[in-house]
Design a binder for this molecule. Structure first.
Ligand code: BTN
Length: 251
């Protein structure tokens, strides 16, 4: 299927062969200048790639998609910021689905195939008062990676899943186009559609699963997300909501 080129997302692009982190670079750029909406920063190698909750993001040189997009979702209220996770997850999911079946979104915004992690996303917002001024959506998608450090619990890559090497500029163009599609849905106020699409693809949705919560092994069933994007789990018929630091999936 041919995907239309994006009109503004990824059109202005900054490529730096090696850098600390595309997210850090994008945040610095935002603090000094006024990059046009959709600007993307991409690299072949990060020396200090950032993951969620202070983690490091591993990626061998020249192997994977490492990109950060700058957007200005000034139309969002503070309590709607989780929609940025939703649109970036859906965009990445769509790209991945064009190469491999059975991909899901592991809350809040990882892409999984089976029980293996294929992509991670780091969304960082800047604020003006109670409104989002700008967002940086950093996406790390394992494309041609074959050597994962043993410390990573369950990584995978598109080449491991399909046996096919993929051109990184092609996959970046797909990503820009998909992100633009979902960003425009968000700007248009199609919140119900975005939320439903996200829940339709949520990893372990409706399945009894094990989690670690406050150092305890717990069985529960994910039933959705709350209005702020916290994961909702039914545990012994009690509906409980958790943020990222409060719940660990047992995989
Ligand atoms: C996670 O799963 O913890 C999120 C990982 C996000 C990694 C990407 S790679 C491109 C961008 N630059 C960064 O430093 N991090 C994000």
């Amino acid at each position: 299927m041919t995907i239309p080129n994006a009109l503004f997302v990824g059109v202005n692009s900054i490529f730096i062969p090696e850098m600390d982190s595309t997210n850090v670079y994008a945040m610095e750029l935002l603090s000094k200048t006024n990059p046009c909406e959709g600007t993307c920063i991409f690299t072949d190698f990060q020396t200090a790639g950032r993951g969620q909750i202070g983690r490091f993001w591993h990626s061998s040189a020249h192997s994977n998609l490492l990109v950060s997009y700058i957007l200005y979702p000034k139309f969002l209220n503070a309590n709607q910021q989780f929609y940025l996770n939703i649109i970036s997850s859906l965009a990445t999911l769509k790209v991945v689905q064009s190469y491999t079946a059975d991909a899901t979104i592991k809350w809040p915004n990882d892409i999984y195939v089976g029980d293996q992690k294929l992509a991670g996303i780091l969304v960082q917002n800047t604020w003006r008062g109670a409104k989002i001024k700008a967002t940086v959506i950093g996406i790390g998608l394992n494309v041609n990676e074959l050597n994962f450090p043993p410390s990573l619990p369950n990584p995978t890559s598109l080449i491991s899943l399909t046996g096919v090497k993929i051109d990184l500029s092609q996959i970046r163009a797909q990503m820009s186009s998909r992100l633009e599609y979902y960003y425009l849905k968000l700007r248009n106020g199609d919140l119900d559609y975005l939320r439903r699409s996200y829940l339709d693809h949520l990893y372990r949705m409706g399945k009894l699963s094990s989690f670690i919560i406050h150092d305890q092994l717990v069985e529960g069933t994910i039933i959705g997300i709350d209005d702020l994007g916290k994961i909702q789990v039914n545990i012994d018929n009690n509906l409980r909501s958790f943020d990222l630091r409060e719940i660990i999936y047992v995989i």
